[in-house]
Design a protein around this ligand. Structure first.
Ligand code: NAI
Ligand code: MG
Length: 367
């Protein structure tokens, strides 16, 4: 059987710098753990525009459709700000998400003990936090019709429509239950069934899908109460599933419980392919960080943890994913800090590649 395939799209700005560290880690798993991937690399965003005049070529799109997983760095930068909207770097990323039909966006909020002081919340509220928000990504109020700004009488009306079909709810619910099975077997679904019909249907469908997962403890919460509970005592949650709009807000809220943008991974999953693996795109939450690009200052951990998510959710290597996450935890506990993790401290930061070195050393020590 051939090795699983991994398409790497470093992109722009700090994308290639953080991805270089991930490449070393991928090689480590090949050499030391016998986990061989067919890795190929291609262009996306401004880098693709510079080469082909489009932020994602049809060839690259086809390779992404065929890959077992896609790992992306970041796209964009001031150099491309004046480009026409149709060829902006971000369009490359949007095309990937849309054509791969990635309907489940996974955003973990994980707090490494060594960084608990970094949070705006009390240390004991966030230390050890490890939750996952699943946001529906391809439907809901951002896409529903009718929409627009119309004239009505002597004033204008802005219109957007929250709309969910049963099948749209069902597929994201299924992704969330599958995830819960791989984690703490606890799922909380959030909507506003008290005031929205789409929420009533959401609750009904999630409950029905839950009958296929009797091991998962399912609960429901109104999304506004959920926001309160997330800031009051986030550790009560394991997996949260919610719609596009509430998920946009709640995932940003949850992510910031734990500190730096340079630490946050994400995954976007679609329907299972013929081999049973979901279509999948893994990427850090941060952008191309033009203010620090090319200076070796970027924190590669968000991208490294995105690869850990790929190991767990695309390649069924939960044990190896945990090994990599543990290595990150170790280097943080040892005090290794890129500039973004130092705040007001007067210490000298380490570089992107030094952080990569430290993670590789911790991986070696884990054997
Ligand atoms: P950004 O995430 O690139 O940067 C925000 C701030 O966080 C900057 O001060 C940056 O230096 C810092 N930062 C981000 N990642 C870091 C890391 N790994 N290590 C250390 N510091 C880090 O967001 P910004 O500045 O709003 O956008 C810059 C460009 O990136 C724009 O062209 C934007 O469109 C694009 N972008 C792309 C995204 C993507 O590819 N998914 C997401 C967000 C923005
Ligand atoms: Mg957002």
């Amino acid at each position: 059987m051939s090795n699983p395939s991994l398409l790497i799209l470093p992109g722009d700005g700090i994308g290639p710098e953080v991805m270089a560290e991930v490449r070393r880690i991928i090689d480590w798993f090949g050499d030391k753990r016998g986990l061989a991937f067919d890795v190929s690399e291609d262009l996306v965003g401004g880098a693709a525009y510079d080469a082909h005049g489009a932020p994602l070529s049809d060839e690259t799109m086809a390779r992404a459709q065929d890959a077992d997983a896609v790992l992306l760095g970041a796209v964009g930068g001031p150099k491309y700000d004046t480009l026409d909207f149709s060829v902006k770097p971000e369009r490359g990323l949007l095309r990937l998400r849309k054509e791969m039909d990635l309907f489940a966006n996974l955003r973990p909020a994980q707090c490494f003990d060594a960084l608990a002081d970094f949070s705006s919340l009390k240390k004991d509220v966030v230390a050890g936090l490890d939750i996952m928000i699943v946001r529906e990504l391809t439907s809901g109020v951002y896409f529903g019709e009718p929409r627009g700004i119309i004239e009505e009488g002597n004033e204008r009306v802005g219109i957007n429509t929250q709309r969910y079909t049963e099948s749209e709810i069902e597929r994201v619910a299924r992704s969330a239950f599958e995830l819960a099975m791989k984690r703490g077997k606890k799922l909380c679904s959030m909507e506003k069934a008290n005031v929205m019909e789409s929420g009533v249907l959401w609750r009904e469908v999630v409950t029905r899908v839950g009958q296929d997962y009797p091991e998962v403890e399912l609960s429901h919460m109104y999304a506004d109460a959920g926001a309160m509970q997330l800031t009051r005592w986030p550790k009560q949650f394991d997996v949260i599933v919610t719609d596009n709009l509430f998920g946009d807000l709640l995932s940003d809220l949850a992510a910031m419980l734990t500190g730096s943008l340079g630490m946050l991974p994400s995954a976007s999953l679609g329907a299972p392919m013929a081999n049973g693996r979901p279509k999948a795109l893994y990427e850090p939450v941060h952008g191309s960080a033009p203010d620090i690009a090319g200076q070796g200052k970027a924190n590669p951990i968000a991208c490294i943890l995105s690869f850990a998510m790929a190991l767990r959710y695309s390649f069924d290597q939960g044990g190896e994913a945990a090994r990599l996450e543990k290595a990150v935890e170790t280097v943080l506990a040892q005090g290794h800090r890129t500039a973004d993790l130092l705040g007001e401290e007067g210490r000298a930061p380490i570089s992107t590649s030094q952080m990569g070195d430290a993670v590789l050393e911790a991986l070696d020590a884990s054997l």
